[in-house]
Each structure stands twice: as C-alpha cells, then as structure tokens.
Design a protein. Structure first.
Length: 410
C-alpha cells in the first residue's frame, strides 16, 4: 500500500528501500561479528575459543551418552541420556554437578507425577491436563533453580510415549542418571573450564578506563569550557566504571567457582596456573579508586550547576588540578599495562621527577585552598573536596608515597 504526499509522489508505507537497506546492514554486521569471533577462536585462547570448546564438549557428551545407552546397553528409546548429558556441560564443573542434582530431582518429580496422572485418568489427554499445570507451577520452586521446567517436559515425554509403568519410569530415571554422570564426567575430565582470564581482562579494563577518564577530566578542566553537559558526560563515564566494577566482581565469582572440584593437574594442562590470577586485594583497591573518581566527578558536576551554591575554583587552580589528575591517570594506564601481562612484577612507583611534580602541584593546591578560605565556604567546599579525593587517589595508587612528603627521600 502506498500514500501520496502533497507533491503527488508515492511513498511506501512499509519503509521501502530504506528498510531493506537497514536489514541488509544488520545482516552484514552479524556476519562480520561471526567472522571476527571465528578469527579470534582460531588465533588463540579467549572467550570465543572457550565457547567452541564448551560446545564441542556438550556435543561429545551427548553422542557418548547415546552410544552407551543405545549401542552398548541396547535401549530402543535412548532419548533421556543424551538429552541430560547435553545440557549438563555447564560453564564450570561445580555448576554441572549442582545442575545435575537439580535436573535429576526435577525429572524424578515429572516422571512420578506423570505416572500418577496416567493411572488416575487412564487417558493421555487427561493425564497431560492433570499433570502439566501442576508441574509448570512447581518448576518455579527456587530449589530447582532453572532446571524446574524439566519436570514438565519429562511428564510430556513420559505420557506421550505411553511408558507409565513402574518399570518404564525406573528405566527412564536410570537413563537420566546415566546422562548426568556422563555430562559431568566429560566436563570435569576433558579440558575442565577454568575462568581465570576474565578476571585479569576486567581488572585491566577497569584501571585503563579509570586512567582515560582522569585524562578526560584533566583536559576539560584545562580548557576551562565545561558546563552541565560536560559534567553529565563525566557522570556517564563514572557509571560505566561502576559497570566495569560489577563485571569484575562477576568474573571473580566465576573464577572462584571454576576452581572448585577441578583437578589441579588437569587445570594446569588446560589453562594458566592460578598463581597468574591477580589477588582479590587488587579488586578492592581499584574499587576504592573508582569510588574516589566518582566522588570528585560528582563534586565537579555540582560546581557546574548554576542552581547550586558551591562554586568552581579559579581557572588557574583548575589547570593545576587537571595536571595532577593527568599524572595520576598516567599511573593508572601504567598499572593497566602491568595487569594485562600475566606474571608481571608488582606495581612500580612513579619516577622521582613525577613524584616531585605531584608534590609541587599538591602544595600549590593546598595554598590555593588556604587563600580561598577567606573568600567564603562555597569555593572552599569544592576545592577542598577535590584536593581530598586527589590525595585519596594518590594514596591508593601509590601507597608508598605520601602527598605531603617534602622530598623524594622521605
């Protein structure tokens, strides 16, 4: 269907060539993403290769369960074993074992309820109508986790195949146990998944983004043309830092879980040893750094708001503060480079020239703070908070050097 504008030209109501072009661009982007993922998996270790390994392990576990159940044991309906084995190759061995217990319990409940419903109704449709609503509701029980839906699907398979006798139900449960054992064993013994790389990558990214944000703050303060929109951009950047911190916390949790119930020998053969994992104290330290950066950014945002009482310091003072932030940002970028390399030495202090310049800037900011104290609390509040947060950043990033030291040797 078409409509006509005042010019009389027909316009497609469906979007016409524009929609086709957008769809083509979307397909190209997806194809490019798939190609890049394939290249990354081919080049070396990474998330993409981990995904390929886990997929092949799941397929192998299902095939092995089918061979054992159908070929070796001669089961003519060897469906449950490969099905359970496939879904139990999880991201960690501990998760596989936990999900195996939950899924087996859900399958037992589904098979028993289906058998009872068939015995009561004596009809396939009636048994489904009686059992499925109860089992779908029961699948939301927190004890089942995300495996509760297998109670309902097991009931469907049990009733649809007509195998509701005690022998058939026991046989089906045995197949489920066989598939669970094979799935967990394959995940634990064949290239066991150990998630160490994500912690290092997320921690390095957090520190790098922090350094880049400090550089952005320094450049904006030096230019002197920052307003509410600039402050909003800063706050958006600090929100991204918080998301980075949340991703780091999630990666740390995955790493701890992936080290549970895994063999040390197999872990060493498959992935980097655990000594390469950055200590959790690094997460806490840079979490505090993120908090200090967020605090000083909010202080600057308040100073940029014309409807708020606190006023921004003089441009000269802000230039000095920007230079101090730039030096701190340089150290953050240096730390990020260190964290990206497994086995890199412990963090190094800035050179003596950088430390001397940082002390000089800090002392000038302190003098400016004393001078602003006579001009009212509004200006002193902003500068005092900024100086305090800069000192906090310094203390976290360079713990061996105090901001108020008078010389490199002290």
């Amino acid at each position: 269907m078409t409509s006509t504008q005042e010019t009389g030209a027909p316009v497609s109501s469906a979007g016409g060539p524009g929609r086709v072009r957008r769809a083509g661009d979307a397909v190209q982007r997806e194809a490019l993403a798939v190609w890049q993922a394939a290249r990354a998996a081919w080049r070396g270790p990474g998330r993409e290769r981990d995904l390929v390994v886990q997929s092949l392990k799941a397929a192998g576990a299902a095939l092995l369960a089918w061979l054992v159940a159908r070929v070796w044991l001669g089961d003519p309906m060897a469906l449950m074993a490969p099905w359970v084995a496939l879904v139990l190759v999880q991201a960690t061995v501990y998760s596989s074992l936990l999900q195996a217990g939950r899924q087996f319990a859900a399958i037992c409940v589904g098979a028993l309820v289906a058998s009872g419903a068939q015995a009561i109704t004596g009809d396939t449709t009636g048994a489904l109508a009686l059992s499925i609503p109860v089992l779908v509701l029961l699948s939301n029980w927190p004890r089942f986790g995300d495996q509760g839906i297998y109670a309902a699907t097991t009931a469907v398979f049990t009733i649809a195949t007509g195998t509701v006798s005690a022998t058939a139900v026991g046989h089906r449960l045995g197949q489920a146990a066989l598939g669970a054992a094979i799935g967990v064993a394959v995940n634990a013994l064949v290239l066991p998944p150990v998630h160490l790389r994500d912690v290092r990558e997320n921690l390095a990214a957090l520190v790098r983004d922090t350094g880049e944000l400090l550089h952005t703050l320094a450049a904006d303060l030096r230019q002197g043309e920052w307003d509410g929109q600039t402050a909003a951009d800063w706050l958006a950047a600090t929100a991204r830092l918080q998301r980075r911190l949340d991703a780091l916390d999630s990666a740390r949790g995955w790493s701890r879980e992936s080290l549970r119930l895994t063999s040390g020998l197999l872990r060493t053969l498959y992935r980097a040893p655990t000594v390469a994992l950055p200590p959790e104290q690094e997460d806490e330290r840079f979490g505090r750094v993120t908090g200090h950066v967020t605090a000083l950014t909010r202080t600057l945002a308040v100073a940029a708001d014309e409807n708020r009482t606190p006023a921004a310091p003089d441009h000269t003072v802000l230039c000095r503060y920007g230079e101090l932030l730039e030096l701190i940002g340089d150290h953050c970028l240096s730390e990020a480079g260190r964290l990206e390399e497994a086995g890199a030495p412990a963090e190094a202090e800035p050179d003596e020239h950088t430390q001397a310049r940082m002390r000089e800037l800090y002392e000038r900011l302190q003098r400016a703070l004393h001078e602003d104290a006579g001009q009212g609390p509004a200006r002193t509040a902003v500068l005092g908070t900024l100086v305090l947060q800069a000192e906090n950043l310094w203390a976290e990033l360079v713990p061996g050097v105090r901001a108020d030291d008078t010389g490199p040797g002290e």
